[in-house]
Design a protein around this ligand. Sequence first.
Ligand code: DNO
Length: 355
Amino acid sequence: MQMTFRWYGPKDPVPLEYIRQIPGVSGVVSALYDVAVGDVWSVQALARLRDTIDAAGLSFAVVESIPVHEDIKLGRSTRDRFIDQYCASIHAMSAVDVRVLCYNFMPIFDWTRTDLAMLLPDGATALAYDHHALSRIDLSRGTGDLPGWAMAYTAPQLAALLAAYRDVDAQRLWEHLSYFLERVAPEAERAGVRMAIHPDDPPWSIFGLPRIITNGAALERLIDLVDTPANGVTFCTGSLGADPRNDLPSMARRLGERGRIHFAHCRNVSVTGPKQFHESPHPSRFGDVPMRGVLEALHDTGFKGPMRPDHGRMIWGERGRPGYGLHDRALGAMYLQGLWEGLHGALDGDDTVPA
Ligand code: DNO
């Protein structure tokens, strides 16, 4: 296991120098944030990012994410060009020696919350989701009303996309995912890149849109779509853990035994009602994620990939990007390494702190 940390590039309020000081963190998870969705990522831009990360004494371990163009998810006739461009971006990653790609296949919206600063009893704030509150969000005004939403769509753009998805139910979305992977996964294999789909967050339909990567059966169906080790998953405990029917340790074990977990996102959630949860501190006892059981499954199945603490609360007066402050994620990184060391006896090669 290699402990990593997400970094949003030079504009991230958390500097790489601070990440370097979190004991045991040796890898960075990042992306190019100024490329339009669907365009090819250039080797030069990726090399610049890699060099910046290297210069801080860290390594560029994972690309999270190259976004999948909506035309691919919608199965439009224009998709082939975007698929070719996606493959070219994967080859560019490989050219700068980044070997893990996290991506998702959620229609229009990526991770979604209804409150970015829910006050917890200890004075910290956390991201929260309540399905009733979601139903009150007015999409006729574009994505402007959505808390923390990064991809800005105007009202007409969003309306057109939502209308296009009326013909795409879960089964069609599976077909479109399959079409995408049949073309991209073999290319990723050739490039030596492991693809790792991120589960849908939250793992249920929102705004009437289909969401399909929601449970263990879906993740196994996904890896069966194209049977190559390059076609794998990001095991995200927080996304999958929002649905109490998901038995996370047994899911991790089954996927791990097949060698298809290429990346682990570890965070905790407290489920407070049907389709209602808030994020909580990483250790198991503060929420509903059995973190020890998950790490044990990863460990037993020989997980060697990158892991990162996922969203943290805002604590100690920090102000920052929702879910991505420094302090609570750093606490998470330490907790996860403690658990891992307890299971492993010692840290293996990749865990070493960079010199
Ligand atoms: C949220 C993240 C997601 C993730 C994408 C992967 O904090 O886990 O935005 O990066 O879904 O494509």
